[in-house]
Ligand binder design. Sequence first.
Ligand code: S3P
Length: 472
Amino acid sequence: MNIDGKTKIYGIMANPVAHSMSPLLQNLYAERTKVNACYVPFQVEQDDVKAAMEGAFALHIQGMNVTVPHKEAVIPYLSEIDETAAAVGAVNTLVRTEHGYKGYNTDVPGLLRAMTEAGIVIRGRSCIVIGAGGAAKAAVYMLVSEGAAVVYVLNRSMERAEELAAYMNSLFGKTAVIPLPITAHAGIPQGRYLAIQTTSVGMHPDTASAPITDPDFYDKIEEAVDVIYTPSETRFMKLVEAHGGRAVNGLYMLLYQGVRGFELWNPGVQVEAETVEEARALIEVLLLKNQKKQSGNILLIGFMGAGKTNVGACYAAAHMLPMVDTDKLIEISSGMSITRMFAEKGEAEFRRRETAMLRQLLDTETVVPQKTMIATGGGLPVKEENRALLRQLGTVIYLRTSVDTVLERLKGDTQRPLLQGDNVREKVEQLMALRDPIYLETAHGVIDTDGRTPEAIAVEIERIEAENKINP
Ligand code: S3P
């Protein structure tokens, strides 16, 4: 790449950004089409979205991709928004205009093109979308726009599925979308459906999981797309195929959303099919390398006083592993104790930092270069986003304790803001009732720790790790 005075600058804003495939893709597209452009990663913090966009505009940055967690946050600062992006409420591409950036959503046409090229017909089809988050919204919108007869939305939280269905039905002025809790998938009438899997369940390294495992469900699936592309064949795809269906992964969606963005930035320039294939091959190699780097961390979750730190230290010492503790990392990076953070900044700030810390840990190149024992704060798995991040980071183990043990161990503790004041037993009982099901749902394995030594528990961890073998 020759950078000179006329090189146009593009980039991607995200946080974290180091894992992004877009710089590789976009620079290849520019090189092959002989466009004098350079595409770079920009790490942008949540509170800096407005400043980043203003700064980018002032610097004459010609366009940007936007990804997690900023796809919605950029919308208020756009000068214009394209119809599809407005409809799905998410922007992943910014195109510079005279007055500011115009926002587009190229995930929708990217998914459509990936499906069309795979020979999948949408018009008149009965469809199922798994998940009700941002990617699900794009998928449902695309399916209804392209003339799907009906779209069932299956989601763990019925409320979100209902919200998505109500929004789309009112947008299109017809009842095309039907929400269902994922556990009630049997309520979908018999038939041969087109399914789109939009959740992160089954993504590397959590490759043993699928959002639905009931074989009866897969009897209904004729064709399927999993938006995940690592691993290249998810458990969901394998289940579809085992029941006679056809399944494709999300790699071409990624490639084509990038092509669409590139073509929006460079009107009249076309990315050839062979360039897309070249990008696909490059990405596949990179993904394999990254998978090797993700070295099967062990994460301990559980209530305050469950012994996460002690057990973690014991296991780490026995296996010569590095160990980190999310609470300690947050204290170090913020320069204040957790007690002080709760008092001065509030719990919400601490929770925001917990998620940011998990994201940073996932970014293995910067923080955790090798297999690591990770002890976590007791409230960390409560946020759904954190649960997904935990499982992506490695094998998650729930150290379970009774209320009595917690009270016994934390007698006189002054370090845990949530357990100060009167009625500590009541507080622990309430929190435990709320969190125990969450811990169980998150963990790959559970160890009852009452009356057991850290050494004995460490042996149990080895057993669970061996059983799960989810990490290469
Ligand atoms: C918390 C547990 C603490 C710490 C913070 C909040 C919780 O960690 O993260 O005080 O919500 O349960 P430990 O579980 O290590 O005590």
